[in-house]
Design a protein around this ligand. Structure first.
Ligand code: SAM
Length: 218
C-alpha cells in the first residue's frame, strides 16, 4: 500500500519511490492519473487498473498472483490507499490468505487538515464522506454527542449544504475549519464558527478538494 501525493508531487517519500521501482506490478485506481506520477518519478512500470468497480472480481486473481511470488503495490489517485479509496477489500483478503501486507506511511488529506484546523488533535474521529442521501441524517444524529474532533471529506458543490446541516445539528457557534486544495498553489484553511465559515463561502464559487474539521461537543 503506497501513499502518493495529494497535490504537491514533492510529497512522495523516498521509500515509496523505491517500492514502486522494485515491485513486479503496480495497481492503480486510475491508470491515466497515476501514469503522470510514474512518468514524473521516471518509473516505467505497467499499471493495472484496480478500482471500486472491478475490485471484487480481481481480488482473487491478485491473491493467486501474490501467492505465486509476485510483489504487488497498490496506489490510489491521491493519498493513502484504503482511506476513502479502494484497498480495504484487498487487505482483508490478503490477510485471510496469510499474505502479509505493508502500508507505507505518507500523504493523506485528513492529517494536515486536522493539524491546520487548530482544533484538538489528541483524539479525533475520521468520518470520511457523509452518505449523500440515505443514512445521512442518522449519521449526523449519531455524531451529535461526539466529543472528539470530527474530520469529514466533502466535495465543493456540497460544502454549503453540509455546513448548513452542521449548523442545524451541532449549532451555528461550533468551531470548525475548511481546508481546501491542501499542498497545492491555492491551498487555504478557513477557521471559525460554522456560521462564520458559511458566511465566508456563501456566494463564492467553491472549487477544489475539501476537508472539513468540526470541534467535538464541549
Ligand atoms: N485516499 C485519499 C487520502 O488518503 O486522503 C482520499 C481519497 S478521497 C476519494 C478524495 C477526498 O479526499 C477529496 O474529496 C477531499 O475530501 C480529500 N482530499 C484529497 N486531496 C485533497 C487536497 N489536496 N486538499 C483537500 N482535500 C483533499
Amino acid at each position: 500500500m503506497v501513499p502518493t501525493p495529494i497535490g504537491n508531487l514533492e510529497d512522495i517519500t523516498l521509500r515509496a519511490i523505491t517500492v514502486l521501482r522494485t515491485v513486479d506490478a503496480v495497481l492503480a485506481e486510475d491508470t491515466r492519473t497515476s501514469s503522470v506520477l510514474m512518468k514524473h518519478l521516471g518509473i516505467n512500470k505497467p499499471l493495472q487498473s484496480y478500482h471500486i468497480f472491478n475490485e471484487h472480481q480481481s481480488v482473487q486473481r491478485l491473491i493467486e498472483r501474490i501467492k505465486k511470488g509476485e510483489k504487488i503495490a497498490l496506489i490510489s489517485d491521491a493519498g493513502t490507499p484504503a482511506i476513502s479509496d479502494p484497498g480495504f477489500l484487498l487487505v482483508r483478503e490478503c490477510l485471510k490468505n496469510g499474505i502479509e501486507i505493508e502500508c507505507l506511511p505518507g500523504p493523506t488529506a485528513l492529517i494536515p487538515a486536522l493539524v491546520n484546523s487548530g482544533l484538538p488533535t489528541d483524539r479525533f474521529t475520521f468520518e470520511g464522506f457523509l452518505p449523500h442521501k440515505k443514512g445521512r441524517q442518522t449519521r449526523l444524529q449519531a455524531l451529535q454527542n461526539e466529543e472528539r474532533t470530527m474530520v469529514f471529506y466533502e466535495s465543493p458543490h456540497r460544502l454549503l449544504k453540509t455546513l448548513q446541516q452542521f449548523s442545524e445539528y451541532f449549532g451555528a457557534d461550533r468551531p470548525a475549519s475548511v481546508s481546501r486544495e491542501l499542498t497545492k498553489i491555492y491551498e487555504e484553511t478557513k477557521r471559525g464558527t460554522v456560521q462564520e465559515i458559511i458566511a465566508y463561502y456563501d456566494e463564492k464559487t467553491i472549487k477544489g478538494e475539501i476537508v472539513i474539521c468540526l470541534a467535538g461537543k464541549p
